[in-house]
Write a protein that binds this ligand. Structure first.
Ligand code: PEP
Ligand code: MG
Length: 591
């Protein structure tokens, strides 16, 4: 069938899995289920409830089956995604709400279930936190299954029956759909919605299939059979590419392939500058399933384990035991490399729905991170005990987020001492010498770094927050994104001040905000004296590549010039020039 698009047309979205592919598309249209409201007679209510329960049981069996299939063909971490589906399926609050609607309104189960679950999905879809928004897709996937079972809809089309290679296009590809993909027949995929942390993206990565998400209307624009080129590096889908475009992409593919070869060569080499300065290069992770990527990219352990993701995609707090198992698993897998676990940083733009916290006028300036933990002793205690216990089984360090002054640091340390005392009394092993650090992400912390440095073993600069708090530019508000400047002289001075205070007190400083993973800015940070860089696993190769091609002495000259400059734009331009001169291969495809 020929498509609606005649000439070449380009759609831009978010690149989530690298690679370029071309071929015919198969458009998976959203199933539109007709949910009618059916009034029930009094004696039909109990049978209706049994029908609902039967649909839940059937859904559970289906999920377990998909999970088994995924575990057999992919890693167990991909199969873990379905644990979240099972948890949602067993959510008593949702089930009770459905039963209440059936009883009180005397209506059919699909109508009641649709009403209750849509309420949840809408709340999740409208929160600011990208990660939580992605969970709405999981919930939709699950509720679709339950509704299909209630409506007795048979699977209209199974991806397991594909016979020709194609590029899949869908509104969203749910984990259960993605799990059915056969790499032989699926060249790539493109979706209307989604973001970098969506499970669709995670699965695409693990399947190593090029993917672009967030294309907004691509399902409406394309028709099955249209010929497209999908660029998973730049997040672009081109329909009816001209010969010229195909030729250019042929060239681009060659350049990319040669860059990837160069990056692969350094993957397991040390991150050392040409004049012998070793930089500790580690990775930022959100969950245990990120561990294989760390190893693949040759990072030296974890510089930031954001533990809040253990708390937010669920209905109750994780127990000490549950947390202990996760921390232990990560630490044991990466031993002898270090894993720096950050204590809980809830608040700001990250909320746990089940904690029912009051809405705040300025959440980034409010009850967030260490402030929240110090006020929630039981929650903090469970996490500290879990981290301490896991420290017996790997090389763990711990750091506190959002330290604004000495008092908070002292209180947090006192808390840790109390937990240590308990564990000693219980004869539970832990690392007595566990290093504790402070994140420097509030200007006040940088300004008193000298005092903080006497009480911790390391600093980790959270530049994402340090920039927003210093420049008063909300990191989530696109209207002030032009003010969010990493090369602002004020930021560079705070970083320098932190590094100098650390070194004067014999401790080290890392950077774990996004700038640490930017090959343009990494040399500047190294020149400012930073000892460790911690970045998303996918950025490790590029950062290591540039580290191995620069001299510390020249990075120091760059940093000195930057510290003397008054202009963020000029500093940034110098950084770009420095990076391009030293590692031109990294920039061949950049504008
Ligand atoms: C930071 O603020 O730079 C940081 C690493 O922490 P988060 O992004 O989780 O706030
Ligand atoms: Mg932060």
């Amino acid at each position: 069938m020929s498509g609606q698009v005649k000439g070449e047309k380009t759609y831009r979205g978010i690149a989530v899995s690298a690679g370029v592919c071309r071929g015919k598309v198969l458009v998976l249209h959203r199933t539109r289920r007709a949910i009618v409201r059916r009034p029930l007679a009094d004696d039909a209510i109990e049978p209706e409830i049994r029908r609902f329960e039967h649909a839940l049981v059937r859904t559970r069996q289906q999920i377990l089956e998909v999970q088994r299939r995924v575990a057999a063909t992919m890693s167990s971490s991909e199969a873990d995604i379905f644990d979240a589906h099972l948890l949602m399926l067993e959510d008593r609050v949702l089930i009770e709400e459905v039963l209440k609607i059936v009883h009180e309104q005397k209506v059919n189960a699909e109508f009641a279930f649709h009403t209750a679950s849509e309420r949840y999905v809408n709340v999740l879809e409208n929160v600011q936190d990208e990660y939580l928004r992605e969970r709405a897709a999981d919930l939709r996937d699950l509720t679709g299954r339950v509704l299909d079972n209630l409506l007795e809809v048979k699977e209209a089309f199974s991806l397991r029956n594909l016979t020709d290679p194609c590029i899949l296009v869908g509104h969203d590809l749910s984990p259960s759909t993605t799990a059915q993909l056969d790499k032989k027949y699926v060249l790539g995929f493109a979706t209307d919605i989604g973001g970098k942390t969506s499970h669709t993206a995670i699965l695409a990565h693990s399947l190593d299939i090029p993917a672009v998400v967030g294309l907004q209307t691509i399902t409406d624009e394309l028709t099955t059979g249209d010929y497209v080129l999908l660029d998973g590096y730049n997040g672009v889908v081109i329909v009816n590419p001209t010969d010229q475009t195909l030729f250019e992409y042929g060239q681009l593919a060659k350049v990319k392939a040669s860059l990837e070869e160069k990056l692969a060569e350094v993957q397991h080499q040390p991150a050392v500058t040409l004049d012998g300065k070793a930089i500790h290069l580690s990775a930022n992770i959100e969950a245990q399933h990120d561990v294989p990527a760390i190893m693949e990219h040759g990072a030296e352990g974890v510089g930031l384990f954001r533990t809040e993701f253990l708390f937010i995609n669920r209905e109750s707090l994780p127990t000490e035991e549950e947390q202990f198992k996760v921390y232990r698993e990560v630490a044991a897998a990466l031993k002898p490399n270090t894993v720096i676990i950050r204590t809980l940083d809830l608040g700001g733009d990250k909320f746990a729905s089940h904690l029912q916290l009051a809405k705040e006028m300025n959440p980034f300036l409010g009850w967030r991170a260490i402030r929240f933990c110090l006020a929630q002793p039981e929650l903090f205690r469970a996490q500290l005990r879990a981290i301490l216990r896991a420290s017996a089984e790997g090389n763990i360090k711990m750091m506190y987020p959002m330290i604004s002054g000495l008092d908070e640091l002292n209180q947090a340390n006192a808390f840790v001492e109390k937990c240590k005392g308990e564990l000693r009394a219980e004869k539970v092993p832990f690392d007595e010498n566990l290093d504790i650090g402070a994140m420097i992400e509030i200007p006040s912390a940088a300004l008193i770094a000298n005092a903080l440095a006497k009480r911790v073993k390391f600093f980790s600069i959270g530049s994402n927050d340090l920039i927003q708090y210093t420049l008063a530019a909300d990191r989530t508000n696109e209207k002030v994104s032009h003010l969010y400047e990493p090369t602002h002289p004020a930021i560079l001075r705070l970083i320098k001040m932190t590094v100098d205070a650390a070194h004067a007190n014999g401790i080290w400083t890392g950077v774990c905000g996004e700038i640490a993973g930017d090959p343009v800015l990494a040399p500047l940070l190294i020149g400012l004296g930073v000892d460790e860089l911690s970045a998303a696993p996918a950025m490790i190769d590029q950062v290591k590549y540039i580290i191995r091609r620069i001299k510390l002495s020249e990075a120091q000259v760059l940093a000195q010039a930057a510290l003397e400059s008054e202009s963020p734009t000029e500093i940034f331009a110098r950084c770009v020039e420095f990076a391009r001169q030293n590692a031109p291969s990294l920039f061949e495809n950049r504008a």
